[in-house]
Design a protein. Structure first.
Length: 223
């Protein structure tokens, strides 16, 4: 059987302006969700290391649920399921941001837990011996060191969350993949368009990786 392979570079390049319209939505959902997820991660990460079971186990439950279920299922539940509970529709972009926030928050909680617990107990004891309160010891001694150690893992989570937005085309968000699907429906150039979609995602994630490496080289990441 004779199989011919032909890649139309003109069609691929022609799709770029249309695909670029989806990048703002991809970045909005990614970074909006990550910003909220970071706050969620700090909150539940600190609860996770609490010696009080009343505080610890709700955090463990949240983390296990959102780390143990696919982000696609989570966004479908938020977009299609929650409106039945709340009695009103949820905007697709809002659902996407919420899904990234809750999913990333679960992973960031574990990053926070690991970062804080990686700091030697002697640091805490030194702060207390200097007359600092437990809160001030954490705020001025423990947290700054832990945050520097968390930066590489937080950067990796950011890259994962950016790629996760590609799943949200199923709820009609006009992000990068959705723009590609719409364009393919009128041009029938799936190979070329999905190739360009992949390249645009690669540019975004490589840019974030490069920024993270610059932070590391400047010595802002602790060992």
């Amino acid at each position: 059987m004779d199989v011919t392979f032909q890649f139309d570079w003109q069609a691929a390049i022609a799709s770029i302006p249309y695909l670029l319209e989806g990048i703002p939505w991809t970045l909005l959902i990614s970074f909006g969700g990550l910003a909220i997820g970071f706050l969620i991660g700090i909150f539940f990460g600190l609860l996770r290391i609490s010696p009080l079971r009343l505080l610890k186990w709700p955090a463990v439950t949240y983390i296990e649920i959102f780390r143990g279920t696919p982000v696609l299922v989570q966004v479908l539940f938020i977009f299609y399921g929650l409106p039945q509970i709340l009695g009103g529709p949820i905007d697709a972009v809002t659902a996407g941001i919420a899904a990234i926030a809750l999913n990333a928050g679960a992973y960031i909680s574990e990053i926070v837990r690991g970062g804080v617990q990686s700091i030697d107990r002697g640091q805490r004891e030194a702060g207390l011996s200097l007359g600092l309160s437990r809160v001030d010891t954490f705020r001025y001694i423990i947290w700054p060191q832990a945050l520097r150690r968390m930066i590489p893992a937080l950067g990796n989570q950011g890259i994962v969350s950016i790629k996760d937005t590609s799943l949200f085309s199923v709820i009609g968000v006009g992000e990068l993949v959705r723009q590609g699907q719409i364009y393919i429906a009128t041009t029938f150039t799936a190979l070329e368009v999905y190739f360009m979609v992949a390249m645009l995602y690669l540019v975004i994630t490589l840019s974030l990786s490069l920024a993270l490496r610059m932070v590391e080289r400047r010595g802002l990441v602790g060992q």
